[in-house]
Design a binder for this molecule. Sequence first.
Ligand code: ADP
Ligand code: MG
Length: 698
Amino acid sequence: MANLPIVQYEEKIIETVEQNPVVVIIGETGSGKSTQLSRMFHRRGYSKSGIIGITQPRRVAAVSVARRVAQELRVQLGEEVGYAIRFEDRTSDNTRIKYLTDGVLLRESLANPELNQYSVIILDEAHERSLNTDILLGLMKRLVRLRASNLKVLVTSATLDGNKVSKFFSDCPVLTIPGKLYPVQIFYSNERPSSYLESSLKTAIDIHVGQPEGDILIFMTGQDDIEKLVSKLEDKVQALEEGSCMDAIILPLHGSLPPEMQVRVFSPSPPDCRRIIVATNIAETSLTVDGVVYVIDAGYVKQRQYNPSTGMYSLDVVQISKVQASQRAGRAGRTRPGKCYRLYPSKVYEDNFLDVTVPEIQRSSLAGCVLYLKSLDLPDIDILKFDFLDPPSSETLEDALKQLYLIDAIDEHGTITNVGQKMAELPLEPSLSRTLMEANNYGCLSQALTVAAMLSAETSLLSGWSKTEKKRKHTMSNLPDGSGFGDHIQLLQIFERWDQSDYDIGWCKDNDLQVRGMLFVKDIRKQLSQIMQKIAKGPLDVRAHGKSEEKQGYKNLRKALCVGFANQLAERKIHHNGYRTLGFKAQVVQVHPSSVLKPDELGKFPDYVVYHELIATPRPYMRNVCSVEMRWVMPIINKLGTLDVHKLSGGLGHIDEEPEEKAPDLPKKGANVAAIPDDRKSQIQAARERFLARKGKK
Ligand code: ADP
Ligand code: MG
């Protein structure tokens, strides 16, 4: 520990922090920022007047680092050192050092806007530029003024863009901790491989057979590819002639790995054995694995992007940025000189790679973020003028406002409604919180809680299911099928079956459901129930039961979903099994093949559905769909027709290019406050007419 670079700068760090409310600390990955800064402030007595909070953008990092620090301090995890991530709180009254995701800190600030329980807040991994950390940066700016006397804020980053953050915080000091990086030799390939997986495999085996000892770290884009590569590597290594080279252990590393598997990468390799670690981006800066000498970098990362003009998400494999490439290479030089094999030509790196990664705020839906900021109800915070390090596009903000309006979270003037205020208290995406509120009115809260919990479990529940459709169908036959209404209903039925089995673990196993995931759902459901009771200020019936709903075709639940997902509705195209979305820009989409919603005996899909997510993979699909009825859709179509973005935005202050002193009620130039385009109006009109025509037919 003592030799970690950051510890050698303790005096300097403490001195600077004592004199300044905000300090930026830049230090190479592995220099000890995440594990040592908190201990330093704890040692220096900062934890006497409050908790030392350290945010992490990734759940697994929060857990892993907390576990490590507890170990170092020889305390039990959850006592002096604890962590809190969404739906999982391992802290106690004794906790002085608390690791938490940036999302959890945002949520805490709703209950306590001044975050008085904290004496030090460290926004760690700021270079990741997660949406929540970006919002926190804006909040901190305000908070350090309010709590000048008793709050210290640190922003830490592994890359060298500290000046931007420093400027943001009125030129606060930037401490750069010189890292002990050894030189890393970089090799480029002559061309992009046709399969990055095969190419990674070959490179790894070449290194293993031909290079001296030292662990290999391979960057893959996701869990599937990691599993494939791990199994191929195992085969290859086993096929090597005995005694021809040292042994090898192959270790996966990704966010959905069970904790006991995750800790394996932190134990050093046995003598005469090489570790080959196959990881997602998580090993780029969030987690430091010691002993790595060789890095294989294909230059790709999987990134979720939101397109506000289509309302569509895509999970794309994209090229990493130059900053990321250099971080990855850096992993090879922590303990001695290393080598990095880039599976792309240097020309591609020079010409095609972006300099820095696009911050999440510029590629996410902002409905949750806007609702959060509106719910803060702070006199001096105006979402429209909110101080972001990099402001989101006006199109994305507008998209968020429209969605919030459609689900009644804000009124036509853009003011947060009662219902919106309550929604913000739930740690869920706005559409699901709205569904819960509505379900409570319709007496089907219990069912809606189950659906929300099933959709919110971060791990895949069905990972026992084989990826191939054939096997899956076979397995599916034992599970409920949604009774023809779709995926939400199926999720509900699965949970209810499990409830009837008295939460039997054997039942999960028999049905190839992930036990850990299902237990998590049960826990999430309980937590959501508690929050709902708190919001309702009284006891609610939240027991899992549902037979009566089943008899009525799950009407109430589907109706509640229709209200919550008002911005995620689609109408079947006449004479066709494709759908057209009823949002702000019509998209032609299909039901995802994995859905349990199938055409009826006449070969027809239901006329209207809500979907949980639109994904472009690359064809546009709706994932998780549930049929709804025409008469519930009509009020929403009407509401769409009345929507006036002018009023909603009320003048998007900071994103307007025009000078401030313009009269606020003058129509503003620019795309940000454009009225509904004519084609949109006619589209709504057309939908309404189709609706009326059908109604007439009945
Ligand atoms: P930084 O945040 O600056 O990237 P960390 O504080 O995460 O650095 O890591 C400092 C050192 O602690 C590294 O050598 C790393 O390998 C080690 N370390 C961090 N987490 C764990 C863990 N869970 N188990 C074992 N070692 C760890
Ligand atoms: Mg760190």
